[in-house]
Ligand binder design. Structure first.
Ligand code: FAD
Length: 361
């Protein structure tokens, strides 16, 4: 069966759902394909203690308020519930969403547009494709000298859920961003933990002058600044309600410059001392998860998309949502992705026309 549609959105997290909302606002026909069974993106897989770094007021997608006290910092499970509700509202409104639909390849179609291949062998054709598959499925593991000889465990923070499995162990958390600091501080109550990073940890107060930082971002327009970054992402400063800076100052965890190498069961620190370690936990970020576009030629040699503010520079009709620094500092956040979706869909529409193509099966 080959289905022809105007736009296929790949991925049913916040980015894919925001894309679908914008496409419907423009009157475009679209189908969203989600590999999993749930419509909440990667949020159900984040660690158990996670709360949003922005209050509910600033953490919603277009068209649906988060609910509850607008000043509270929602827990991970509230985000899952919110996105599930958002998807349900879209479906109720007539949007087409398919779960259990993993995309394994996208190729250019002979008459223009794209053919999307699903894991079950089905093919669908579309004039445009929006890739919104996040990065959580592609954790970045930096090369570590001696890693091949290390007999301890090297894990990525993507697999971290709670501190209990690490109780009593010697752990080095690698990284200087929000996840690294939050996980290291949480672990330090259960294990002996060092936070190691190449760059120093930078903090920014969560509530300067008594208001949440995102209030000031909104007031100053910082979130809408057309700032973009290329290359490897630099860890954002750690948003600190006060307790993270205090924990590091108290040595829980202790903080050191990055180790120079691993031996069979030790890390070697920059001063040459060595120490036995059970686990190296890498909170070293992620890369865009776009393998299914490799055959299309839309990615560079590192697997990164070639794009201008989300619009592919190699394939008209191909767009991206949810990339870090895609268009503004808030592109890869709940508060920023809605504006990016409107921007992208507007540009795709200008390029391809209104796209009111009736779905053919
Ligand atoms: P994802 O949530 O990863 O969703 C991608 C979806 O695509 C998934 O449902 C996946 O199943 C699907 N998919 C993948 N491959 C395929 C395929 N081949 N075919 C079909 N479907 C596919 N942002 C904030 O605004 N506030 C925060 O407090 C915050 N905290 C964060 C904490 C952590 C630990 C992390 C990792 C990120 C955090 N972020 C936060 C950043 C960002 O908002 C989230 O990463 C968010 O989940 C990104 O949404 P997304 O839709 O782009 O990608």
């Amino acid at each position: 069966m080959n289905t022809v549609i105007d736009t296929i959105v790949i991925g049913g997290g916040q980015s894919g759902l925001a894309a679908l909302h914008s496409l419907r606002e423009r009157g475009r026909t679209a189908v969203l394909l989600e590999a999993g069974e749930q419509l909440a993106g990667s949020w159900p897989h984040y660690y158990d203690s996670l709360t949003l770094f922005s209050p509910a007021r600033y953490s919603c997608l277009p068209g649906l308020a988060f609910g509850g006290d607008p000043e509270h910092y929602p827990h991970r499970d509230e985000v899952v519930a919110y996105l599930t509700r958002y998807a349900r509202e879209l479906t109720r409104d007539g949007a087409q969403i398919r779960t259990g639909a993993r995309v394994v390849g996208v190729v250019a179609a002979a008459g223009g547009g794209f053919t999307v291949r699903l894991a079950d062998g089905q093919r669908m054709s579309a004039r445009s494709v929006i890739a919104a598959t996040g990065s959580f499925a592609r954790p970045w593991l930096p090369p570590l000298t001696g890693a091949d000889t290390f007999t301890g465990q090297i894990r990525h923070a993507a697999g971290y859920r709670s501190p209990e499995p690490y109780a009593g162990r010697r752990v080095v958390v690698v990284g200087a961003g929000n996840s690294a600091v939050q996980i290291a501080v949480e672990l330090a109550a259960h294990a002996r933990v060092t936070l190691a990073s190449r760059a120093p940890v930078r903090f920014v107060p969560q509530r300067p002058l008594g208001r949440d930082l995102h209030f000031w971002f909104r007031l100053t327009g910082f979130d809408r600044l057309p700032l973009r970054r290329t290359g490897d992402p630099v860890p954002a400063p750690v948003l600190d309600p006060g307790r993270y800076r205090r924990a590091l100052a108290a040595g829980l965890p202790d903080r050191r410059p990055m180790f120079t190498r691993l031996t069979a069961d030790q890390v070697e620190w920059a001063d040459g001392t060595r120490e036995r370690v059970d686990v190296v936990l890498l909170a070293t970020g992620y890369r865009p998860n776009l393998d299914y576009l490799a055959g299309l030629g839309a990615l560079d040699a590192d697997g990164r998309p070639r794009h201008d503010r989300g619009l592919s520079t190699s394939h008209p009709g191909l767009g991206y949502l949810g990339l870090e620094w895609q268009r503004t500092p808030s592109s890869n956040t709940l508060r920023g992705v809605g504006a990016d979706a409107r921007h992208l869909v507007g540009r795709l529409t200008a390029r391809l026309g209104t796209g009111r193509v009736p779905a053919r099966t």
